[in-house]
Design a binder for this molecule. Sequence first.
Ligand code: NAP
Length: 383
Amino acid sequence: MISRLPEPQPSRWTKVKDALVLPGILGFARCGAVSTKTTSPPAQTMIGRRVVVTGATSGIGLAACRQLAGLGASVILVARNQNKADTVCEEIRKFWASQVPPVTSVSLHVELCDMSLIREVAQLAKRLGPVDVLINNCGVLVPKGEPKAFTEGEGVEMTLATNLLSHYVLTNLITFRPAASTPSPLSTTTLPAATTPPASPDLPAQQRPRVVNVSSGGMYSTKLFPKDLSYNSPKEFDGVDAYARTKRAQVVLTDLWAEVLFSKCGAAVHCMHPGWVDTPGVEYSLPGFYKWTRRFSMLRSPDEGADTITWLASSDEVGPRATSGGFWRDRLPHPKHMSSNTTADDTVADRRMLWNNLADAAESVLAGAPEGDELREIRFQRL
Ligand SMILES: NC(=O)c1ccc[n+]([C@@H]2O[C@H](COP(=O)([O-])OP(=O)(O)OC[C@H]3O[C@@H](n4cnc5c(N)ncnc54)[C@H](OP(=O)(O)O)[C@@H]3O)[C@@H](O)[C@H]2O)c1
């Protein structure tokens, strides 16, 4: 079940640039976005597709919602603040209404959820109904020097909860369209059963479900830590390193889901790096980096950062199984490691441990739901 299947391979030129590290990292800046866009085909229409975007009220997530809505998708914005979400919807509608010709049939819907709270996330998955595309974008980085923080009432380390565990739970509990013909191999839950027809092996790429995991180039700095998801070692907490670890784990989970979700419902699963993007998140979490990169006009616009998300969510080129499991930037597959130092602790057994430890962590939080709550019954399959 967790053998390594073929995944999209970077070109020789991309491999050389990324192996040289400096040109690879410079590609994270604005110049990377500009050079790729001119050579890539446009994203395709998404009329009739239900797309869920987490972290939809700011930065890259907001830009992705705007782009996807413009392609005709029915976009479900997951947000923790109703007022902010309403303002964002208004902004997106106004944007499209002011285009020539104006687009007035924009479909936006808000779902409230604090993505750091696993019980809320499981309830969200239950409410959503069948979806075509899930974009796991929401993420936090605890600024350097700040202490470790835990989620209220659930006690999960904040970076793990928001960047990884929430998306693990949402992706495994959500119902994808076309739904599985057999019960989900991932969970035995009391959540609603699929209501749409089973996946056909011949399903056109456009109709296949998609998952896009928004990872980060920060993951290049670390190996996988499947045993220490809560960042207990080293003792002194480092928010930047904790962030990188969750982003590395997301890349590995993408591989696992590429296999599991393909057999379940024909889904293609991708992860990507948006590049260095000018967002409120970067300004708050990395103030020094933000100041320096802005000064030299190195940051991308949120639209440039979201471009590959929208493309991965919509293009026929990246629907088939052979394209699934890759790590993308600027519409091109990139290597998952820039140095051999980060390849340790990523055996089949380590991957199984990552998956199973996330399942244990999720179940233990869900078990804390009030007596009689169906969330307590949710079980995730172990690999
Ligand atoms: N910007 C970059 O250069 C960059 C580079 C690499 C990867 N990324 C990744 O891209 C993704 C988006 O980042 P960004 O730069 O656009 O960040 P951002 O501007 O801080 O936006 C983050 C979004 O996540 C939401 N969010 C955070 N915690 C939440 C919670 N507990 N519940 C619900 N929503 C929550 C925020 O909601 P509020 O609006 O309510 O705060 C906001 O909508 C992240 O996964 C990040 O790691 C960004």
